[in-house]
Design a protein. Structure first.
Length: 254
């Protein structure tokens, strides 16, 4: 097991919780660039070990955390990243693993509760630009979406799907088509001081195509027309060009 590196103490408090706005923007900009460099994977089962090997082979710096030291045997001799024994939502373990400079966190434990804790710590306490959870219980999907959590739910090709999210460097990413990204996110209108927005206005201002939406309470889902109205918290499925990702990011709910 790789020896932990020394890190500064964890800072707590209100606001940015140890990160300045400038540093957060630098990390987001790096994550939207061509390659993600610093990655933490929590859980070294079948999915976690496969994902770690895929990302490591893609020239990323990968650190894997698991409470069972024997789990790392699945990584084999070709894995050139680091490993830490411990609970994935333990802040000391996460800091030692490098979460303060991390671009991407994948939580793929066998417990939805543990996975949710890892992702929320990464997002809320350490402002990690992109965190993805593996979701076992599909009945929690709407909750994850409303919390703004990027997730993968399924039993096959989970590692491949998370790998695609990691190398895209984009939160809420579903798929890539040439110069365009398919995104799913909860609509955030608080940043623009509105309670609602017409689909045509959102599309014309930001070069985005809204393919479908669902009301925040789950009562209505529809393929919209240009005159359809979207409200704060609605779930949106959309296609956006790479060039317009920074502009549309403010509409993705944290």
């Amino acid at each position: 097991m790789t020896q932990p590196k020394e890190h500064a103490p964890v800072h707590r408090g209100g606001g940015s919780l140890g990160f300045t706005a400038i540093k957060m923007e630098e990390r987001r900009a790096r994550c939207v660039a061509t390659d993600v460099s610093d990655i933490i994977i929590v859980g070294c089962g079948r999915v976690g070990s496969r994902l770690a090997l895929m990302l490591s082979e893609h020239d990323n710096n990968v650190c894997v955390i698991d409470r069972d030291p024997s789990a790392f045997a699945a990584l084999g001799r070709d894995f050139n990243g680091s490993t830490f024994v411990g609970v994935g939502y333990d802040e000391e373990i996460l800091v030692n693993a490098g979460i303060e400079e991390c671009d991407f966190v994948a939580a793929v434990t066998q417990s939805d509760n543990a996975t949710l804790m890892v992702v929320e710590i990464a997002r809320r306490l350490y402002d990690v630009p992109h965190a993805v959870a593996r979701l076992y219980d599909s009945s929690h999907e709407r909750t994850y979406l409303q919390l703004g959590i990027d997730y993968v739910c399924g039993t096959t090709l989970v590692a491949e799907e998370i790998f695609s999210k990691a190398i895209s460097g984009i939160g809420d990413h579903i798929a890539t088509f040439g110069d365009f990204e398919v995104l799913q996110f909860a609509l955030n209108l608080s940043e623009v001081g509105q309670k609602s927005i017409k689909v045509a206005d959102l599309e014309s201002r930001h070069g985005i195509r809204v393919c479908a939406f669902e009301r925040a309470d789950g009562t209505v889902s529809s393929i919209p027309s240009p005159s359809s109205i979207l409200y704060h918290g609605d779930a949106v499925l959309a296609v956006v060009s790479h060039a317009m990702l920074p502009a549309i990011a403010k509409y993705a709910q944290d």
